[in-house]
Design a protein around this ligand. Structure first.
Ligand code: SDX
Length: 430
């Protein structure tokens, strides 16, 4: 029996309210609580928004109990196996898989927006050589507004899509420029004859002194990782982009805010933190000790790359990346003891009641670093990789929100500070 509404009664006050039940095409039924404050005089309290839907969306669906992830209805497993990152970007942005002509045109449009203003390269050269690349990305992407802001009519749908394409296209260029600044190498300009991931690897690793041959294996592995990281419904960074977008801020400022939110180790920064954790564990023999630390409430140590707000089952992305680790390491002829360590850590954790009861499984960040490392990408750039891919989700969700009338996001609070009191002159204090 599907309820059309749910009645909440405040018996002491003799009041009740009927709350409409909102149903999507998939997922849990949701109570529309808008009427609660005006009818019952209560606000609702949900720190971390664990039980709160912030919007409706048609882009990505997750079923955390079943470990399901779909982009515009297409299962992530099918997209990972048969699609490309550029095609997935088109799908997330426009809602349908492109026909060949649309795909080729979209790919060309991204190709012809890859360059950044030369002054941005000077901006990047102003950072200290050891600045964290995520700090550089947040600053540089936010500054894109300085180059396009006065030409951006956000009421114009075509302008919104153009700024989305610009950011998807320019993120790899900016990321590679930040890396090369750290390495002390000259900027490598985008080569348009290369495809998205090949072009990025060329911008990252080519040097003027010799011909750089892009590894097909590396490009394919990166394409897979970018597909898997492209969107994930209302995660912290995407919710940040939507919240900033709800104020009417320009898309570059929205994505810069998303980059900052993604950086945190509880979110996209976890892929970097996983490698640091595996480094700290060092060997399989030390795993039980760190498992005990992760279970100790008094120890702040957590198993990075484990657990998820939504997935209470194996993150489908982690399963795909785990398999890809083997294939990439094998095809590159590399062996990484960290893979064995990660596998043993996963095995022991998933046999431990603490992790089973709390439904803590490996998430997208647990294995991704193994592949990035095999591709020669430094640990400090791991979250930048995540940001390059997630830019597609951020701009897709920003456009979706921009297309519908949106109230400014403005949560309330439970105030626990001092009640009213009188000002005291300086000489009467203390
Ligand atoms: C991403 O939202 C998204 O979709 C994010 C993402 C995306 O694609 O955008 O999927 C990408 O951010 C993946 C998550 C990457 N973060 C990490 O791997 C960091 C380690 N994981 C945790 O910090 C944690 O699991 C979170 C932040 C991911 C989720 O936190 P929740 O949902 O708020 O859960 P919680 O912190 O309340 O944990 C529930 C319980 C707690 O114990 P109790 O208070 O109930 O006793 O599980 C414990 C936690 O202490 N717990 C862990 C743990 N994660 C949760 N204990 C040990 N190790 C862990 N990793």
């Amino acid at each position: 029996m599907l309820s059309k509404n749910v009645v909440i009664t405040d018996e002491a006050a003799g009041k009740h309210v009927e709350l409409p039940v909102i149903r999507g095409t998939e997922g849990e039924p949701t109570l529309d609580i808008k009427a609660v404050p005006s009818t019952l005089g209560y606000f609702t309290y949900d720190p971390g928004y664990a039980a709160t839907a912030s919007c409706t969306s048609e882009i990505t669906f997750i079923d955390g109990n079943k470990g399901i992830l779909r982009y515009r209805g297409y299962p992530i497993e099918q997209l990972a196996e048969r699609s490309t990152f550029v095609e997935v970007a088109y799908l997330l942005l426009f809602g349908e898989l492109p026909i060949e002509e649309q795909l080729n045109q979209f790919r060309d449009e991204l190709t012809y927006h890859t360059m950044i203003h030369e002054r941005l390269n000077h901006f990047i050269s102003g950072f200290h050589y050891d600045a964290h690349p995520m700090a550089m990305m947040a600053g540089v992407v936010g500054s894109l507004a300085a180059f396009y802001h006065n030409r951006l009519d956000m009421e114009n749908p075509e302008e919104r899509v153009l700024s989305a394409k610009r950011m998807i296209a320019k993120m790899p260029t900016i990321a590679a420029a930040c890396y090369r600044h750290h390495m002390g190498w000259p900027i490598a300009y985008p080569r348009n004859r290369l495809r998205f991931c090949e072009r990025f690897l060329d911008m990252m690793f080519s040097v003027p002194s010799e011909q750089y041959m892009v590894s097909e294996v590396a490009a394919r592995a990166l394409d897979l990782l970018f597909i898997l990281h492209a969107d994930h419904e209302q995660n912290a960074s995407t919710s940040t982009v939507r919240l900033v977008g709800s104020t009417g801020a320009n898309p570059y400022a929205c994505v810069a805010a998303g980059i900052s939110a993604l950086w945190g180790p509880a979110h996209g920064g976890a892929n970097e933190a996983v490698l640091a954790m595996l480094d700290e564990i060092g060997s399989v023999g030390n795993v039980p000790h760190f498992i005990d630390r992760a279970k100790d409430k008094n120890d702040p140590f957590r198993l990075m790359g484990f657990g998820h707000r939504v997935y209470k089952n194996y993150d489908p992305r982690a399963a795909i990346i785990r398999q890809a680790c083997y294939e990439v390491l094998d095809e590159l002829g590399k062996d990484d003891p960290m893979m064995d360590l990660a596998m043993e850590l996963e095995r022991i954790a998933l046999e431990d009641d603490f992790f089973v009861e709390k439904k803590l499984y490996p998430n997208v960040d647990f294995y991704s670093g193994i592949i990035y490392k095999a591709l020669g990408i430094p640990v400090s750039m791991f979250t930048v990789m995540f940001a390059i891919a997630r830019t597609v989700g951020w701009v897709s969700q920003w456009i979706e929100q921009s297309e519908t009338p949106t109230k400014i996001g403005r949560p309330r609070q439970v105030y626990r500070g001092p009640q009213e009191r009188k000002y005291k002159a300086l000489h009467r204090r203390g």
